[in-house]
Design a protein around this ligand. Structure first.
Ligand code: SF4
Ligand code: SF4
Length: 448
C-alpha cells in the first residue's frame, strides 16, 4: 500500500483518536521514501534510538510484592536450572565432542548438516561473505574465551582505601558512570531469598564452542548460597537489530556475536571500577554468569518479561543484559509496569515471525517452571540459530522502534488495553505484519 497520510489515518483510525497532523508528518519524515525500514540499514548512533533516561510517562513504578518478580507472577515451585543444560551449552557440548546422541545431539547435528549443505552451494560472493562473517564471529567469541572462567582475564584487587558515600548518592553516581561508559540502562536490586531460584544450580566453566575440543567436558562450579553479595547491578547494553534482522542465512550470527562479545566488556569494566573504590564485585555475562539475567533486570526496573522470553524495556527488546554483583552499599530500584503483560496477549508478533515456531502463540500465558509466562522451545530456537542465526523476535517487537514523537506516543498509549491494540495495528501497518528479512548486501560492512 502506498504510504500517505490518508492511508495511514484510514488504516489505523488515528483521526478519531486526535493524533496530530504534525505527528503523522514526522512519521513521513522518518520513513523517507515510504521504505519504513530504511532507517535500520546502518549502524546508527544508539542515542538516536534509545535515550538513556527513560521518560517517566512510559511506565509506572510498582512495589516489590510477595508472589511476584516485578510483573512476573510466581504460581508454583521454581526449580533451579543447571546452566550446562541451556541451548548454547548443549551446542558447545555436542558439537565439540561430535556427540549426536539424545534429542539435543540429534537437533544440533541436523542444524550443522543443513548449514554445511547451504555452504556447499556458495557463489564466490557468498564464500567471501562466509569468510568475513566467520572471522568476525571468531574474533567476537574470543572475548568470551578470554574473559570467561577458563580465560586469563584478571580484575583488579579491591583497594584498601574505601569510598564511603550515602547509598542513594553512590547508586546515582554508579549509574551515571556506567551510562557514561556506554550502557543504555542501569538498575539495582537486592539479592533476596526469593531470587534464589533464578540462580543456576550449577554454573558453567566453559562458555563457548571455541573453548571446547573433542574431549570437552564441563565439570561445572558450585554457586554459593547465601550469596556473598547483597546487590545486583543490572546493565542494559544497546543491541543494534538493524543487521541482526537484516541478514538472511547463516551469517546472521556475525552481528549477534559481535554484540554478544561487546557485552562482556561493560560488566568487567564496572567490576574493576567498584574494586577500585574499595569493594568486592563480580562481573556476570554470557560466558560467566551465576543466574538468569532477565529476572534481575525485571526486579531492577529495566523492563518486563515479554512473550519472547527476554526482557523488553519500553525502548524495546533491543537490549542485552549483563550484571555486576557487589557488597558496595547501594540504594535499590523498584520494578516497572508499562502494560506489556496485556500487550503481549494481543500482539504475538514475535511468535508469528519466529521462523522456527519456537514461541507460544497462545492467548494467555501458562505455568512454566513455576512462573506465569509463555512457553518457549529451546531446541527449535537453538537449531534455527545454529543454521541461520536469528534475532527476528526481538527485531519485530513493536517496542523495538526508534525514539520519535510518534513512537513516544505509541509507547504511552500502549499502557492501556485499547491503546495497546492500536499500537499493534499501527506497527503492522507501517512495518508489516511479517517484515521481510533483509539481504546481506543491505548491511554487511565489507560489501563496498
Ligand atoms: S531467536 Fe529466532 S528462532 Fe529463536 S525464538 Fe527468536 S525468532 Fe524464534
Ligand atoms: S513482539 Fe509483541 S508479543 Fe512479542 S514480546 Fe514484543 S510486544 Fe510482546
Amino acid at each position: 500500500m502506498k504510504l500517505n497520510r490518508r492511508n495511514f489515518v484510514r488504516g489505523i483510525g488515528l483521526a478519531g483518536l486526535g493524533v496530530s497532523t504534525g505527528a503523522v508528518a514526522e512519521l513521513a519524515t522518518i520513513t523517507g521514501s515510504g521504505n519504513l525500514d530504511s532507517y535500520r540499514y546502518t549502524r546508527e548512533p544508539r542515542g538516536s534510538i534509545y535515550r538513556k533516561v527513560l521518560p517517566t510517562t512510559f511506565y509506572k513504578v510498582i512495589e516489590n510484592r510477595p508472589g511476584y518478580i516485578g510483573t512476573i507472577k510466581v504460581v508454583g515451585k521454581i526449580n533451579q536450572i543447571d546452566s550446562r543444560e541451556h541451548g548454547f551449552a548443549e551446542l558447545v557440548y555436542h558439537a565439540s565432542r561430535q556427540d549426536w546422541s539424545g534429542e539435543w545431539g540429534q537437533a544440533i547435528k541436523e542444524a550443522i548438516d543443513e548449514r554445511n549443505k547451504i555452504w556447499g552451494k556458495q557463489t564466490p560472493q557468498q564464500r567471501e561473505d562466509r569468510m568475513w562473517g566467520n572471522a568476525i564471529v571468531m574474533a567476537s567469541d574470543q572475548f568470551h574465551v578470554n574473559f570467561g572462567d577458563a580465560g586469563s582475564w584478571r580484575p583488579i584487587a579491591p583497594t584498601r582505601d574505601k569510598l564511603i558515600l550515602p547509598p542513594e548518592e553512590m547508586s546515582a553516581k554508579i549509574k551515571q558512570v556506567v551510562k557514561w561508559y556506554g550502557a543504555v540502562q542501569v538498575g539495582i536490586c537486592e539479592i533476596t531469598e526469593d531470587m534464589r531460584p533464578f540462580f543456576y544450580s550449577v554454573g558453567r566453566t566453559k562458555g563457548t564452542l571455541r573453548g571446547g575440543s573433542a574431549d570437552y567436558s564441563d565439570e561445572g562450579r558450585a554457586i554459593p548460597w547465601p550469596y556473598p553479595h547483597k546487590y545486583c547491578i543490572s546493565i542494559g547494553v544497546f543491541e543494534d537489530l538493524s543487521s541482526a534482522k537484516g541478514l538472511v542465512g547463516p551469517l546472521n550470527n556475525t552481528s549477534v556475536a559481535t554484540e554478544c562479545g561487546d557485552d562482556d566488556v561493560y560488566p568487567l569494566w564496572l567490576e574493576s571500577v567498584i574494586r577500585g573504590l574499595g569493594y568486592d564485585a563480580t562481573a556476570h555475562f554470557i560466558a560467566k554468569e551465576d543466574f538468569i539475567q532477565p529476572a534481575f533486570g525485571v526486579k531492577a526496573g529495566l523492563g518486563e518479561l515479554g512473550r519472547l522470553g527476554q526482557l523488553v524495556s519500553p525502548w524495546g527488546a533491543n537490549i542485552r543484559l549483563a550484571a555486576v554483583t557487589t557488597n558496595m552499599p547501594l540504594a535499590t530500584d523498584k520494578p516497572i509496569d508499562f502494560g506489556l503483560q496485556d500487550f503481549c496477549k494481543n500482539c504475538k508478533k514475535c511468535a508469528d515471525n519466529c521462523p522456527a515456531k519456537a514461541l507460544s502463540t497462545k492467548d494467555e500465558p501458562s505455568e512454566v517452571n513455576g512462573l506465569l509466562k509463555y512457553a518457549f522451545d529451546p531446541i527449535k530456537c537453538t537449531k534455527q540459530r545454529t543454521t541461520f542465526g536469528c534475532a527476528a523476535c526481538a527485531a519485530v517487537c513493536p517496542f523495538s522502534k526508534p525514539d520519535s514523537t510518534l513512537h513516544t506516543l505509541g509507547r504511552i498509549i500502549a499502557r492501556d488495553k485499547t491503546g495497546g491494540k492500536l499500537l499493534k495495528k499501527l506497527d503492522d501497518f507501517f512495518y508489516g505484519e511479517k517484515p521481510a528479512p533483509r539481504e546481506m548486501g543491505q548491511w554487511a560492512p565489507w560489501r563496498m
